[in-house]
Ligand binder design. Sequence first.
Ligand SMILES: NC(=O)c1ccc[n+]([C@@H]2O[C@H](COP(=O)([O-])OP(=O)(O)OC[C@H]3O[C@@H](n4cnc5c(N)ncnc54)[C@H](O)[C@@H]3O)[C@@H](O)[C@H]2O)c1
Ligand SMILES: [Zn+2]
Length: 381
Amino acid sequence: MTSRDGSVVGEQPVAQEAADPGRAPALDTISVGDRYDVHVGAGALARLTPWVTGGRRVMVVHQPGRTELVAEVTELVSAAGGQPFTHEVPDAEAAKDVSVLAGAWAALGQAAFTRDDLVVGVGGGAVTDLAGFVAASWLRGVDVIQLPTSLLGVVDAAVGGKTGINTAEGKNLVGAFHEPRAVLCDPAWMASMSRPDLVSGLAEVIKCGFIADPVILDLVEADPAAACDPSAPVMTELVARAVRVKAEVVEGDLKEAGIREILNYGHTFAHAIEQVEDYRWRHGDAVAVGMVFAAELAVRAGVLDPAVLARHRAILESVGLPTTYAGADWDDLRTAMARDKKARGATLRFIVLTDVGSTQRLEGPGEELLLEAFGAIAPGG
Ligand SMILES: NC(=O)c1ccc[n+]([C@@H]2O[C@H](COP(=O)([O-])OP(=O)(O)OC[C@H]3O[C@@H](n4cnc5c(N)ncnc54)[C@H](O)[C@@H]3O)[C@@H](O)[C@H]2O)c1
Ligand SMILES: [Zn+2]
């Protein structure tokens, strides 16, 4: 990949291979087509240097609480000859608000930010979504580099080019496709995450295992505790593998058609839980239950071996993710699923597995089948 100043970025021998053969490299690089690279592992931050030279202005958009990393970023930018300035935004979903977007535009205007300058997003998925949209909209598009600090942020939000904010009417209703120039993530940044947030992000990693990369499942099964530990070497491999799955899916399919929908495995039912729970459930927790629901449907539709369904429950429970749900009536969940933007009219669509690593679409499953699957995810069901 070539940076704006023509230097070649990301094609250096990436991995400082660990001495132990067979072990994952300390720093892994995943290319999303020929468009940008995702650097995962120790030392990822250094990959920012080539992008921030030559007096380039760099707006570092960040959440409260990531102060050490933000200081490291600004020091690196200054040392490389760039001109950093920080822009703190409110935490979590409060960042994805039109008033916050307007505040960022004001800061860019005051800094006389030009088309040659760079936005850097530092934080969870909420910040990378906002920073991406700020970059997409300023002067009709400036460069953005994402530094996701949460597990969900790196394996999902920061990769793929979807950016956006919320409105009073709903989440992510306003946005743009705007790919980053690079994504950098050192799992050490996640050390301060709460365990429930980290484990929730792990649901998306496990999802990538079921839809495309069985090695992810093997790694989690071999040591579930290490899979929940950002300092464990396996975390870099899990993140890199999940990013590779997402990268391969979005590569040929930026605008959501076709295979990108396999990333929605477990999400039809998950979105229904999130709606009826008023977004008090963590996204990954809802996805965990949604995957079990989809696997129950697949078994009942006769396309999936019950052993793979059992594997869903075992692996999700081994890291402390939920696999049952009894918080609402079927009717409310059914209505919520029909409202989901991914549904086509009244017909429900599910991505289901026919095996690990192999998916198909299940269109309009019968009401009886749905109800049976719902019964099976009730506690003790
Ligand atoms: N663009 C996409 O394709 C895409 C995909 C999935 C999710 N998303 C978006 O991502 C957001 C969810 O991501 P998220 O879970 O990272 O949310 P988030 O950014 O709200 O982070 C969750 C919480 O974790 C904190 N946090 C982040 N990194 C931390 C760290 N290293 N240590 C301690 N605390 C940390 C945040 O401050 C916040 O309080 C949602 O807004 C969702 O819409 C976008
Ligand atoms: Zn998701």
